[in-house]
Design a protein around this ligand. Structure first.
Ligand code: KG4
Ligand code: ZN
Length: 309
């Protein structure tokens, strides 16, 4: 629950990590069923935490996509039901817009125009935001998203689920210089992480049975460095092309320790101002969706079913 699109009153997250761990990844059907079970109680708890009644709400916000279709349908169904019962408008929000609006909850003075690097489990997009609800995608990945690459690398390194945070922790103990991996380099503002993933696979294959825990830590650090430097090289190029814009780095991968550190250095060196959402506002959450709905309510659920930026 959010006030004025810039202040969090309640942000409750029901984590499904424990539920999916035994499968080694998210099982869509299991995720959707759990959404249905947990969502109504979570809405009640958020109202309680914010000290609010349904009548106090201006509107309801729900993610309309992109995401797992079963989970989206349940969210939309619950929002529609509550909207009808409480007689409130329901706004459908693009998931990726939500990640950018999470930055406004962290720094309420932030205003467009801005450049955003949106890095999640399914997206690595460089976006220019000229005004509220006005987005232009400048570049994206040709294959894997950064989060997906981290998750797959973590699996290769035997780190289990969820992979991104585990790889982050292991990388802190490794030295990237001892097991260098290539840094992807496509022309322009496009990303590609599949070659890097293959390089890690071959390196592990070469090491075979001899691989040590220290090798794994070095490889995690090296993989992380290649992804992060590639993400930031393109962000730098986008900053050159769009001088003067504030910069946002957001999405689940923006929780990564090295990315947070290096983004501050790279954006600072370019003389621009950087906002990265606080950790709890980086990975998927309801507050960022509510903030987006406040600032860009034109995407009414009924009127705009498209999933594009
Ligand atoms: O935005 P998000 O919560 O969900 C999607 O929209 O996909 O992003 C999840 C992604 C996952 O791939 C996860 O491994 C990655 O963000 N992630 C991280 C870290 N925390 C989450 N990747 C690297 N380092 C982290 N600390
Ligand atoms: Zn997300």
């Amino acid at each position: 629950m959010v006030e004025d699109g810039r202040r969090v009153l309640a942000n409750l997250i029901h984590s499904q990590v424990a539920l999916h761990r035994s499968y080694g990844g998210v099982v869509p059907e299991v995720a959707a069923r759990d959404h249905l079970e947990k969502l109504p109680g979570l809405v009640d708890a958020a109202l309680l935490q914010a000290g609010a009644k349904p009548g106090d709400l201006e509107r309801l916000a729900v993610t309309r996509g992109p995401g797992l279709v079963g989970c989206l349908l349940i969210g939309i169904g619950v929002a529609r039901g509550l909207g009808a019962g409480w007689q409130k408008p329901v706004t459908g929000v693009n998931h990726l817009w939500g990640h950018i609006y999470g930055a406004l909850l962290t720094r309420p003075e932030l205003e467009p125009p801005l450049l955003a690097l949106v890095v999640s489990g399914a997206h690595s997009d460089l976006v220019r935001m000229d005004g509220h609800g006005q987005f232009e995608v400048l570049g994206r990945t040709r294959d894997d998203a950064a989060g997906e690459a981290f998750d797959k690398a973590a699996r290769m390194l035997g780190l289990g689920y969820p992979g991104g945070p585990a790889l982050d922790r292991l990388a802190r103990t490794g030295d990237p210089a001892r097991q260098p991996l290539p840094e992807p380099s496509l022309p322009g503002l496009e990303y590609s992480f599949s070659g890097l993933k293959t390089a890690l696979l071959y390196r592990l294959r070469d090491l075979g049975e001899d691989v040590t825990d220290a090798d794994r830590a070095d490889l995690a650090a090296s993989f992380e460095r290649s992804v992060v430097e590639s993400l930031l090289a393109k962000l730098e190029l986008a900053m050159d092309r769009h001088p003067g814009a504030e910069v946002v780095v957001c999405g689940g991968v923006a929780a990564n320790t090295l990315l947070r550190l290096r983004a501050a250095e790279v954006v600072g060196a370019a003389g621009a101002r950087l906002t990265i959402p606080s950790l709890e506002l980086c990975t998927d959450n309801g507050a960022m969706i509510a903030a987006a709905a406040h600032h860009a309510p034109r995407a009414e659920l009924e009127a705009d079913p498209s999933l594009a930026w």
